[in-house]
Design a protein around this ligand. Structure first.
Ligand SMILES: NC(=O)C1=CN([C@@H]2O[C@H](COP(=O)(O)OP(=O)(O)OC[C@H]3O[C@@H](n4cnc5c(N)ncnc54)[C@H](OP(=O)(O)O)[C@@H]3O)[C@@H](O)[C@H]2O)C=CC1
Ligand SMILES: O=C1OC[C@@H](O)[C@H](O)[C@H]1O
Length: 485
C-alpha cells in the first residue's frame, strides 16, 4: 500500500471536477462553499463522500486502485479564477506476477505476447504480468530470439534448458507450452522445483499423470492449473451465468463441436505434433478437449454437486493410429438443478464447424433447456459471439471482442502466423490474470476449472481412447519421473 498526498492547481481541475459530476452533484463547483467570509477561498470538503472521491482520484490521477481517501478538498479562488484541490489517499500497489516461459513454439509466442498489454486495457487494474525468463530445449539463443520477438523486457533471462528455468528464483510461475507428450515430465520438473504452474491443454496424456501432478502440487503447496484459456473468457462467464440464472430453463443437452478441416496428410508431416503418436497427437487431445470443455462447463461446472458422466464414443483413425475424428456422447447424472443431461462432443480434422469462416453453418455450440438455448459460434477455443434464443421470442446476440491496446499501438497477436487486427488481444491474458489473482489470493487452483474437473475430463478422454483402442507409446504414457523424452 502507498500513501499519496497531492495538490493540484489549474483550470484543468475544474474540467475534471465538472466531468466527475455526472449524477454526483456534490462535486459541482457551484456548490463550493465559502469557508472564510474574509478570505478569497471557497472550499468543498468531502470526507463524507469517500467512495465518490476514490472514483474521482482514479479518474484524475490514473493511479492504481484507491483503497481509501482520507481527505479531499476543492478550493476556488475567484480573484485569480483558479481552482486547487488537495487530497490524501491510499492506493494498493499492483500485484505483480513474474512469468517463466517453458518452450518457444507457436502457443508460447501467442501467450507471451498477450502478457505485454497493460491489463488496464481490459479493465484489470490491480495486477500486472512481467516476463522474466524463457527457456528453449534447443538453445539459449533460441530463447533469446523468442524473448525479443514477444517484446519481453531486456532484463528477461534466456535459458538453453528447462532445468535452468525452474532454478531461477525470480520466476513465480511457469507456463508449460510443449506438446502433450511432454507436459507430465515438464510440469513435474517445475513442481519439484517448487514453482507454480500453468500447463497447456491437454493437461497430460492420461488421467493417472494428471493425478500425480495434482498430488505433487499439493505436496509442494503450489498453484497448478490446466491452461484451458476459453474458460476464463468473459463470454464463457456470461454463458455460465445465463445457465445458472435459469433463463433457458434446466439444461438437458449441449452440442459442442470443434472441427477444423485441415486435411491432415496435406497439412502435417508425420512428425507433426497434431498427428504424431510420439507427441500424443490426434484430434481428441488437441481439439476435442474444447468440445468437451463446452459440454463440461455447461453441464458440470454450473452444478452445485456435479457427478462425472459416462461416455460412449466412436473414432476414425488417421494412418498413424492417432484419431482424426472422434464423436462422444456423455450422460451426466441428475443434479438438484436438473434431470439427466446429455453432452454431444465432436471433433475432427476433415470437416469444419465453420466451413465458410462466416458462421453460415450456424453455431458450433448449442446449450439447450426447456425455455430456450444459448448458442456459441466457432471457434470453440476462441469464440467471440453468442446468441440467446428463447421460446418466448427473445433473440439476443452478443459480441465479445478480445480487448487490447487498440489501433495505433503497433502491437499485434494471433496464433500460427494469423494475426488479429492491430491492438486486439488474443485472449490468453484472461487465464494469466486468473493465475495472478489466484496467487494474490492464496488459491492453489483456477476458479472456473478445478483440478478435480480437469481430472474428470482426462478420465473421459482415457475412456474414449480405451473404447477405440487408441494408445500412445509407453514412454509418454508412463507415470515414471524423470524420463528423458
Ligand atoms: N491454447 C491454445 O490456443 C493452444 C494451445 N496449444 C497447446 O500448446 C502446446 C504446444 O503447442 P504448439 O505451440 O502449437 O506446438 P509447437 O510445436 O509450435 O511448439 C512446441 C514447443 O515445445 C518445445 N519442445 C520440446 N520438446 C519438443 C519435442 N520433442 N517436439 C516438439 N517440440 C518440443 C519446442 O520449444 P523449445 O525446444 O524451444 O523449448 C517447441 O517449439 C500443446 O499442448 C497444444 O495443445 C497449441 C495451440 C493453441
Ligand atoms: O488449442 C488449440 O487451439 C487452436 C488450434 O488451432 C490448435 O491446434 C489447438 O492446439
Amino acid at each position: 500500500m502507498t500513501m499519496n498526498h497531492e495538490r493540484y492547481r489549474s483550470d484543468e481541475l475544474l474540467l475534471v471536477v465538472g466531468e466527475a459530476v455526472g449524477d454526483r452533484t456534490h462535486l459541482h463547483p457551484s456548490r463550493l462553499k465559502q469557508i472564510d467570509e474574509h478570505s478569497d477561498a471557497y472550499v468543498e470538503r468531502a470526507q463524507s463522500e469517500l467512495p465518490y472521491m476514490a472514483w474521482f482520484v482514479r479518474q484524475f490521477s490514473r493511479s492504481s486502485p484507491v483503497l481509501r481517501v482520507s481527505s479531499f478538498a476543492v478550493y476556488r479562488f475567484p480573484s485569480s479564477h483558479s481552482y486547487s484541490c488537495s487530497l490524501s489517499y491510499t492506493t494498493m500497489s499492483k500485484f505483480n506476477l513474474n512469468w517463466g516461459i517453458l518452450a518457444t513454439g507457436g502457443i508460447a509466442e501467442s501467450f507471451t505476447r498477450d502478457l505485454y498489454p497493460n491489463p488496464e486495457c481490459r479493465g484489470v487494474k490491480d495486477i500486472q504480468h512481467t516476463v522474466v525468463a524463457a527457456a528453449s530445449s534447443s538453445s539459449a539463443d533460441r530463447a533469446k530470439a523468442f524473448l525479443k520477438e514477444v517484446r519481453a523486457p531486456e532484463s528477461a533471462k534466456a535459458y538453453g534448458s528447462y532445468k535452468e528455468l525452474v532454478a531461477d528464483p525470480n520466476v513465480d510461475i511457469i507456463y508449460v507450452a510443449t506438446p502433450h507428450s511432454h507436459h507430465y515430465q515438464n510440469a513435474m520438473l517445475c513442481l519439484e522445483a517448487g514453482k507454480n504452474v500453468l500447463c497447456e491443454k491437454a493437461f497430460t496424456t492420461n488421467a493417472k499423470q494428471t493425478e500425480l501432478l495434482i498430488k505433487k502440487a499439493k505436496e509442494k503447496n503450489v498453484f497448478l492449473m490446466e491452461a484451458v484459456w476459453t474458460r476464463y473468457f468473459p463470454l464463457s462467464i456470461y454463458v455460465r451465468d445465463i445457465i445458472k440464472s435459469g433463463k433457458i430453463g434446466p439444461v438437458s443437452r449441449t452440442f459442442a463441436d470443434l472441427s477444423m478441416s485441415m486435411v491432415p496428410e496435406n497439412t502435417f508431416d508425420d512428425s507433426h505434433r497434431m498427428v504424431n503418436p510420439d507427441l500424443a497427437g490426434g484430434a481428441l487431445l488437441d481439439l476435442g478437449i474444447y468440445a468437451l470443455t463446452w459440454v463440461f462447463q455447461t453441464l458440470y461446472t454450473t452444478q452445485d454437486k456435479p457427478q462425472p458422466p459416462s461416455v460412449v464414443s466412436t473414432m476414425r483413425k488417421y494412418k498413424l493410429g492417432t484419431d482424426e475424428q472422434t464423436s462422444m456422447l456423455l450422460t451426466f447424472p441428475p443434479t438438484s438443478a436438473r434431470g439427466e443431461a446429455h453432452g454431444i462432443a465432436t471433433t475432427g480434422m476433415r470437416t469444419a464447424a465453420d466451413p465458410d469462416g462466416k458462421g453460415s453453418a450456424g453455431p458450433a455450440i448449442r446449450v439447450q433447456g426447456e425455455k430456450g438455448e444459448i448458442q456459441v459460434f466457432h471457434p470453440a477455443y476462441r469464440p467471440t459471439r453468442t446468441k440467446l434464443v428463447l421460446a418466448d421470442g427473445t433473440v439476443e446476440e452478443k459480441e465479445f471482442p478480445q480487448p487490447g491496446p487498440g489501433k495505433g499501438s503497433g502491437w499485434k497477436n494471433g496464433f500460427g502466423g494469423n494475426f488479429h487486427e492491430e491492438g486486439m488481444g488474443h485472449g490468453m491474458f484472461w487465464e494469466a490474470d486468473e493465475c495472478a489473482y489466484a496467487l494474490k489470493e492464496g488459491r492453489k487452483e483456477g476458479q472456473y476449472e478445478s483440478l478435480e474437473e480437469s481430472l474428470v475430463i482426462m478420465k473421459v478422454m482415457d475412456e474414449v481412447r480405451r473404447q477405440n483402442g487408441m494408445t500412445y507409446p509407453e514412454k509418454i504414457e508412463t507415470t515414471e519421473y524423470p524420463v528423458e523424452l
